[in-house]
Write a new protein. Structure first.
Length: 434
C-alpha cells in the first residue's frame, strides 16, 4: 500500500477502506508518513468528505493509536462528558460534583485552555495545591471512593489525533465535520467510559457558528458513539454569548461554587440541570430526566453537591477550605468597571471579544508555554436583552496590570453591541440529539 495512491483515491472522490485508514494512521503516528502527504490527505478529505463508515474507521483507528484506558476496575456505569468549548464554560466544575453526589461515577480527562477559551484544569488549579497529575491507579481509586476524579490527558491517549490536530491547525483543515467528529470521539472512546454525553456549542463563541452545523456535528458524533457500542447523547447549547457571568479562571470557580449552592446564573444552572439529568439517566441512577432533575436539586439544597466538590478538591491535593470560603481563591488587585457609552438594549455580546479581553488581562494563554494569571477576568453585569443607560456598568474587569486593564477595557467595549432593538435572550438549550 502507498500513501500516494490513497491521496489520489480520496482526491478523485473515492472511499477509503478500514485497512487503508489503518495503514495511514499507523504510518503517520510512527513517523513513516511525512507531514506533507498527510496535509494533502487532510485537504482532500476537507473537499471530498468522508462517509459514515470512513468516519467510524478513522475514529477507531485514532483511538487505537495509543493507550485504551481500562475502567473495568470501576463498578457501575461510567459516564464521560465533553464540551466542544466556549467562553465562560465552567460546566464540569459544577456538573461533576452535582452528578457525583447523586451516585454517578465521573472519570474525566480534561485539558488546559489555549487562546480565548479556558480549560478545566487551569480553572481547578485556582484551588491551592490542586493537581491533575495523578497516576491512573490513583485516578481509578478516587473515582471508586469519591465518585469523581479529573486527570490531565495523557500523551498516550489517541496520539494520532494529537499529531493530526496540530497539522490541521496549520493547514486550514480543522473545520471539516468528519475530522472534528473523529478527533473528539477518538479521545472519548480511548478514555474508556460506557456512556458519552456531548455538549455541542453553537454561536459566535463556538467552532460551529451556525446551528444547523452544530446539529449535524452532534448527529455525526452520536452515530459514531452508537456504532462503537457506547450510549451517546448530544445536547446542542448556545454559545452566542458567554455562559453565565464569569469569564476567567478563579472567577469561574467562584461562579461554579455559587451554582452548587443554588445561587448561580439562570443559563448556567439550566445547562447543568439538563446535562446532569441526562447523565443520571445514562448512568442508571434516575428513571427519567424529571427524576434526575429532582435528584440534582436535592443534592444542591442539602449541601451534598458542594461537599462533593470539597472532597474531590482535597483528594487531589487542593485546599478544600477554599470551597467553603471562595473569597480565599486568587483575587486580582484592581476591579474596574466598563461603562456604557450609550442608551439602549444589549443586542449582541460577542463571545470571542469577551474571551480576548480576558486573554489580554492574562487569564488565557497566547501560546502553549504562556503562564496564566488565575485571578484576572471579567464579570458580565449586562447580557443580551438587558436595557442600559449611558454610564451604567456593563461589566467589571479584574486585573493586576494597569496597561493590560486599559487595553482589555477597550476590547471588551467592542464585544457589546448596543441598539434600539430588544432581542430576547434565547434559550441555552437548543436541542438534544439521541
Ligand atoms: N476539538 C477537538 O478535539 N478536535 C477538533 O477537531 C475540534 C475541536
Amino acid at each position: 500500500m502507498r500513501m500516494y495512491d490513497l491521496i489520489m483515491k480520496k482526491r478523485n472522490g473515492g472511499h477509503l477502506t478500514e485497512e487503508e485508514i489503518d495503514f495511514m494512521i499507523r504510518g503517520y503516528t510512527a513517523g513513516e508518513i511525512p507531514d506533507y502527504q498527510m496535509s494533502a490527505m487532510m485537504m482532500a478529505i476537507y473537499f471530498v468528505g468522508m462517509d459514515e463508515k470512513e468516519t467510524l474507521h478513522l475514529t477507531m483507528s485514532m483511538a487505537r493509536s495509543g493507550e485504551l484506558l481500562d475502567l473495568s476496575a470501576l463498578s457501575g456505569i461510567k459516564v464521560d462528558k465533553h464540551s466542544t468549548g466556549g467562553v465562560g464554560d465552567k460546566t464540569s466544575l459544577a456538573l461533576g460534583p452535582m452528578a457525583a453526589a447523586c451516585g454517578i461515577k465521573i472519570a474525566k480527562m480534561s485539558g488546559r485552555g489555549l487562546g480565548h477559551t479556558g480549560g478545566t484544569i487551569d480553572k481547578l488549579e485556582s484551588f491551592e495545591g490542586f493537581s491533575t497529575e495523578i497516576s491512573t491507579r490513583q485516578f481509578i481509586q478516587n473515582v471508586n471512593t469519591i465518585g469523581i476524579a479529573i486527570m490531565g490527558q495523557t500523551k498516550e491517549l489517541a496520539p494520532a489525533d494529537k499529531l493530526l490536530y496540530a497539522l490541521r491547525d496549520v493547514t486550514a483543515t480543522v473545520d471539516n465535520m468528519s475530522l472534528i467528529a473523529s478527533s473528539i470521539m477518538s479521545k472519548k472512546l480511548a478514555a474508556g467510559a460506557d456512556a458519552i454525553l456531548l455538549d455541542v456549542k453553537t454561536g459566535s463563541g463556538a467552532f460551529m457558528k451556525k446551528q444547523e452545523n452544530a446539529f449535524a456535528l452532534a448527529e455525526e458524533m452520536v452515530q459514531i458513539g452508537k456504532n462503537a457500542g457506547r450510549n451517546t447523547i448530544a445536547v446542542v447549547s448556545d454559545m452566542d454569548q458567554p455562559l453565565g457571568e464569569a469569564v476567567g479562571n478563579a472567577l469561574e470557580v467562584k461562579e461554579a461554587i455559587a451554582t452548587l449552592k443554588g445561587a448561580g446564573p439562570a443559563d448556567f444552572t439550566e445547562l447543568c440541570l439538563t446535562l446532569g439529568s441526562l447523565m443520571l439517566v445514562m448512568g442508571g441512577k434516575a428513571a427519567d430526566e424529571e427524576e434526575g432533575r429532582e435528584m440534582l436539586h436535592k443534592a444542591v439544597s442539602d449541601g451534598s453537591a458542594l461537599a462533593k466538590l470539597a472532597e474531590f478538591v482535597k483528594a487531589q491535593g487542593g485546599n478544600d477550605e477554599m470551597v467553603y470560603h471562595p473569597d480565599r481563591l486568587p483575587r486580582a488587585n484592581m476591579i474596574e468597571p466598563l461603562f456604557s457609552a450609550e442608551d439602549g438594549y444589549v443586542e449582541e455580546l460577542i463571545c470571542d471579544e469577551v474571551g480576548n479581553a480576558s486573554l489580554i488581562l492574562g487569564g488565557g494563554r497566547e501560546t502553549k508555554e504562556s503562564t496564566i494569571d488565575l485571578s484576572v477576568g471579567i464579570l458580565l453585569k449586562k447580557k443580551v436583552g438587558d436595557y442600559v443607560r449611558r454610564g451604567d456598568v456593563l461589566a467589571l474587569l479584574h486585573a493586576n496590570d494597569r496597561k493590560k486593564l486599559e487595553t482589555a477595557r477597550d476590547r471588551l467595549l467592542q464585544a457589546y453591541r448596543i441598539g434600539k432593538h430588544q432581542r430576547a435572550e434565547g434559550p441555552v438549550i437548543l436541542g438534544v440529539v439521541r
